[in-house]
Design a protein around this ligand. Structure first.
Ligand code: GDP
Length: 352
């Protein structure tokens, strides 16, 4: 055990030193992030915070690290002595998890164990509040609808299975060592910063590119999959709220609405004034521009998954009741914000 001289857990929590998040910077936290080393530049989504740092001295510090490297995690935890740890690190793409199953298991499953054990190794298990990014992918082939904290899990991908391990190791460390550790079971949360290979961002970018004549057609997989899509900004607030409770508990964050992928497509094109009509079935299905008759959307089987999650619909009533949390951004506003951000970026040639 690394011996640190520590104040009481209550005093320690008041220091407001967190591992990760922009919301926390605005709440006056000193924020530390862990980034993986890459041969290419990989901090574009943090750029605006960096820029701020020189002008306004935001309290953000980045550390090189990796959830596969225990020694490094212990070093960072000992150095930072965070009062709150948000484990948002993961290989988060479901389709990629079928191709990189072992890596996904290592980082998304065992990575959580390494981080929890790093906290224990530093003797901080009674001081740190730990948030685990659990996911609606745990429900997978859903056994009831809507899904709540009591719905049994049935993951459908190596990603979901790895996250199942993390869910339970978080519960186990809470019960075994009395750690303040919570699972936030978050349904899909999107924003203009969403990675481009996720369906929402892929659609909104394509709509922007098509409207500027830079792309002809958008190729998608399963158009009938339904998701409970909310705005990431609302969800980070909920994550923070979970760690401010007197006792650690697990919560679902969701909008309580579900929409098919094809509706996300229709609403995105509607933002640029294009209405889509669907023609054909299955892999032959096409989305046509009602006015010009041009084919704007096609199906490509390469985006199908070996096992699919057909429907997700969350029930956020526990979070609403206990945390007082409520999502603010509705589906149409989310789509509009994402399309508009991509239109601005595409017009100014800004990437990501
Ligand atoms: P996920 O819910 O974490 O898997 O988030 P995604 O945004 O990757 O996928 C949401 C749903 O959209 C899944 O059911 C996918 O099968 C479906 N989908 C349909 N076409 C595509 C596509 O081209 N890319 C992705 N990523 N998903 C697609």
């Amino acid at each position: 055990i690394v011996k640190l001289t520590l104040p009481s857990p209550e005093e320690f929590h008041k220091r407001k030193v967190a591992l990760i998040s922009e919301l926390l910077l605005s709440k006056g936290y000193e924020v530390h992030g862990i980034i993986r080393r890459s041969s290419s530049f990989n901090t574009s989504r943090l750029h605006h915070l960096y820029a701020d740092q020189h002008e306004r001295k935001t309290k953000l510090k980045l550390h090189h690290g990796d959830l596969s490297d225990s020694t490094n995690l212990v070093y960072i935890i000992a150095q930072v002595q965070p009062s709150e740890v948000y484990n948002l690190g993961a290989q988060s793409h479901v389709k990629v998890s079928f191709e990189m199953a072992e890596y996904t298991g290592d980082v998304d499953g065992l990575g959580t164990l390494r981080l929890l054990d790093a906290i224990r190794t530093c003797g901080l298990e009674k001081h740190v509040r730990f948030y685990q990014a659990s996911t609606s992918e745990l429900y997978g082939k859903v056994v009831e609808t809507p899904q709540s904290e009591t719905t049994p899990f049935y993951p459908r991908s190596p990603y979901g299975v790895a996250k199942l391990y993390s869910y339970w190791i978080t519960v186990n460390y809470r019960e075994a060592y009395g750690m303040y550790a919570c699972n936030g079971i978050l349904f899909n949360h999107e924003s203009p910063r969403r990675g481009r290979t996720f369906v929402t961002r892929k659609i909104t970018r394509a709509v922007a590119e098509i409207s500027l004549g830079k792309q002809n057609c958008l190729y998608l997989g399963n158009l009938d999959a339904k998701r409970d899509w909310g705005h990431a900004r609302d969800y980070v607030e909920g994550m923070w709220m979970m760690l401010q409770q007197p006792h650690p508990e697990d919560f679902v964050l969701a909008t309580g609405e579900t929409h098919p992928v094809r509706e996300f497509v229709e609403k995105s094109f509607a933002v640029i004034g294009t209405s889509i009509q669907w023609r054909g079935n299955g892999v032959e299905e096409e989305g046509i521009d009602t006015k010009s008759g041009k084919v704007l959307v096609k199906v490509d089987t390469r985006y199908f998954r070996p096992a699919e999650v057909e429907l997700l619909l969350g029930n956020p009533s526990k979070a609403e009741r206990i945390l007082g949390w409520k999502r603010k951004v509705d589906f149409e506003s989310l789509v509009k914000e994402m399309v508009e951000a991509d239109l601005t970026a595409a017009a100014s040639l800004v990437e990501d």
